[in-house]
Design a protein around this ligand. Structure first.
Ligand code: ADP
Length: 473
């Protein structure tokens, strides 16, 4: 099959979170399974752009309301990602340093989607299916089916994957002029609670909808930032497919970011060396169990709970463990985490910012990875940590519930808790400190986790089955 992925992120070109990892891996594994998958994304000003060779694939023009714009689609000449990667440039709108966070993000992503459809409309041989990801590309199913100028795309099947339903791309009805002329009789396909809601529109109009874990799909029916009734109504076309991990990139035996490579056979010694390097760099006591947090410092991830949970665990459990935090986000949380360093006794440190290499080093060097998430559609961090022999400590929610079994249960290997609350986190920290004392148990858990299969190959089979069903109508 010929599949076109449309995404705002793709690792290693531009990544802000899990969406980037998935978009960088799924097309690759689809190609390896014998299909032809390509990906188009906005052309941001990233390092990848300047360090790779490009050739022009298409030039065109389109309108965003009454603003006329030219766009260019370029293709990476060496196919270094293992699939055809296209960047779409709209001068002045997309060629920025950051992916998101600009006042005109609505205009940027609607223009991107319009340009993608203009481009596909010009293809002689249309793809068999368009696969869009999250709200930034979720207007495509509506536009392909309802805009007069894309009549040739009307019957093209579309799949929407929801990586995160918290963000929906809401825009006022005054922005409806951005969408190329369409039959206004169908306004209900764009509307949710009196505004244009791209994610809701994608759920209504796509041929099939997937979420990045089965449990997340169940949760969305009762907690999805206002879309609960829609998920219940459209449940017939929704499927949960767990994300995989790219086990070539995330392999402690070869990971170029990791200073000391190791595998299952020498996990104890390998992790100890990486932990030592981590402890040297961040002034942490090597003897204590090292608990890490990696992620966006936002409420969704439960990051606001960390400062109090860490302070309380030092007070009530004692200074028996150390912590390393990597993340950025909410300024209040960043400050609170920074302030905690004043009280550190070689047992706490934080790095505010985004650092891909450091994240790999932490997965390799830490003993535990804490994820007290309020919302976690799939969660990749726990999968990476397990692959690196690091025990996940997770709140039972979304994909965390699908992927981590408590070590107290049969065949278990992680530490699970129910509530995103400091009490539950402190209890999990205490359990981690106790588990760490049992070296034999720790080692058998590490080895067990490293051999679990979360490879993309398994998930990709499910996507292919879905594509075939959708293409068959
Ligand atoms: P989300 O997409 O909701 O942020 P995921 O668990 O799906 O969460 O994916 C997070 C990805 O982003 C992982 O690859 C993680 O290692 C990475 N990541 C998050 N924050 C940082 C950071 N500050 N520095 C480096 N990598 C980060």
């Amino acid at each position: 099959m010929e599949i076109l992925h449309v995404s705002a992120e793709c690792y290693p070109v531009a990544k802000a979170g899990g969406l980037g990892d998935v978009a960088g891996a799924l097309p690759l594994y689809l190609n390896q399974a014998g299909h032809s998958a390509r990906l188009v994304m906005p052309m941001y000003r990233t390092k990848f752009l300047y360090t790779h060779q490009w050739e022009v694939a298409h030039k065109g023009y389109a309108n965003l309301g009454n603003r006329w714009f030219e766009f260019t689609v370029i293709r990476e000449a060496d196919r270094s990602l293992g699939f055809d990667l296209y960047l779409l440039d709209i001068n002045g709108l997309l060629d920025r340093e950051k992916i998101y966070g600009y006042d005109d993000d609505t205009e940027r992503f609607v223009a991107f989607q319009v340009a993608v459809l203009e481009w596909v409309n010009a293809w002689e041989q249309k793809p068999d299916l368009i696969h869009v990801h999250d709200h930034h590309t979720a207007l495509i199913p509506f536009m392909a089916a309802n805009c007069y100028k894309y009549a040739a795309l009307r019957s093209l099947p579309t799949v929407l994957t929801i990586h995160n339903a918290e963000y929906q791309g809401w825009m006022g009805w005054d922005k409806s002029i951005y969408i190329p002329e369409w039959d206004t009789w169908h306004w209900g396909k764009l509307d949710w609670n009196n505004c244009i809601n791209p994610l809701a529109s994608g759920i209504k109009c796509a041929s099939a909808v997937t979420t990045v874990s089965p449990n997340y799909l169940q949760e969305l029916k009762y907690k999805s930032n206002g879309l609960e009734a829609l998920f219940e109504y459209e449940k017939g076309k929704c499927t949960g497919i767990l994300n995989g991990i790219d086990s070539h990139i995330w392999d402690p035996r070869t990971d170029p970011f990791v200073p000391y490579h190791y595998g299952v056979e020498d996990v104890e010694a390998g992790k100890a060396k990486n932990k030592m390097a981590m402890c040297d760099r961040f002034d942490l006591d090597f003897e204590k169990p090292l608990i890490a947090f990696i992620g966006r410092l936002v409420g969704e991830k439960g990051a606001d709970l960390l400062p109090q949970a860490i302070a309380e665990s030092f007070r009530y459990i004692g200074r028996r463990m150390s912590f390393i935090i990597l993340g950025s986000g909410n300024a209040g949380v960043e400050n609170a985490l920074q302030r905690l360093t004043d009280q550190s006794n070689s047992d706490y440190n934080v790095y505010i910012g985004y650092d891909e290499g450091l994240s790999h080093q932490i997965y390799a060097g830490a003993d535990f990875l804490l994820m007290p998430s309020r919302v976690e559609p799939c969660g990749l961090n726990q999968l990476y940590s397990m692959r690196y022999g690091t025990v996940p400590m997770v709140r039972r929610t979304g994909g965390l519930k699908d992927t981590v079994i408590d070590y107290g249960d049969e065949n278990g290997y992680g530490i699970c808790f129910e509530h995103a609350a400091t009490g539950d986190i402190c209890h999990a920290i205490w359990r981690a400190a106790e588990l760490y004392r049992d070296k034999k148990k720790m080692l058998s858990i590490r080895k067990h986790m490293m051999q679990l299969d979360f490879d993309w190959k398994t998930s990709v089979k499910k996507y292919i089955e879905l594509y075939k069903r959708v293409a068959a109508g």
